[in-house]
Ligand binder design. Structure first.
Ligand code: IMP
Ligand code: MG
Length: 175
């Protein structure tokens, strides 16, 4: 098994430095609030683990299982909830933690869904954003990096369920 045909787009060191900055910003903004990180599975599990540890302050972590892609690399536009939150979020300050905002369809759907549960606030934190593919504009309150229109893997992101364990953001090279 080899994964050497993935070229680096954003190194592990660069990601770590940006995650520390985002964590510090979030900690400052959410002082004395009821912060709940809603980690959108599966893609954001690595980002969530690092981001949570970069936030100095009390918080809760919830997981929301979502499927927006089939095995391919183009959005179906259909968002399916595969695992719901474990608790009500009424009165909580929700920060949705995403790996990447691509078309925006997933986040748009989640913002609508979670708003019906009466949280005190909802914001979005995404590691990556691909503005070239926007189909619906969504607010990204905390953003790691803007990238070009390329399919990326690693740091939680997959290609047909592979490459999630690569510690950096990369591009699969055609072979
Ligand atoms: P959206 O609904 O089109 O914004 O897509 C969001 C989801 O699509 C993300 O949470 C990812 O799981 C997946 N996705 C979009 N672009 C990529 C990519 O370049 N690599 C891996 N997954 C991606
Ligand atoms: Mg995915």
């Amino acid at each position: 098994m080899t994964q050497t045909h993935v070229s680096t787009l954003i190194s592990a060191e660069t990601i770590a430095a940006r995650v520390r900055e985002l964590g510090a910003l979030i900690a400052k903004d959410y002082q004395n609030r009821r912060l709940v990180l809603v980690s959108v599975l599966k893609g954001s599990f690595v980002f969530t683990a690092d981001l949570a540890r970069a936030i100095d302050g009390p918080l809760r972590i919830e997981f929301l299982g979502v499927r927006s892609y089939g095995e391919g690399t183009s959005s179906s536009g259909v968002v399916q909830i595969t695992q719901d939150l474990s608790k009500p979020i009424e009165g909580d300050d929700i920060l949705i933690v995403e790996d990447i905002v691509d078309t925006g369809l997933t986040i748009a759907h989640l913002l609508e869904l979670l708003a019906t549960r009466k949280p005190a606030s909802i914001k979005v934190c995404s590691l990556l954003h691909k503005p070239a593919r926007t189909r619906v504009e969504v607010p990204i309150d905390y953003l790691g990096f803007t990238i070009e229109d390329r399919f990326v893997v690693g740091y939680g992101l997959d290609w047909a369920e592979r490459y999630r364990n690569i510690p950096f953001i990369g591009v699969v090279e055609a072979k």
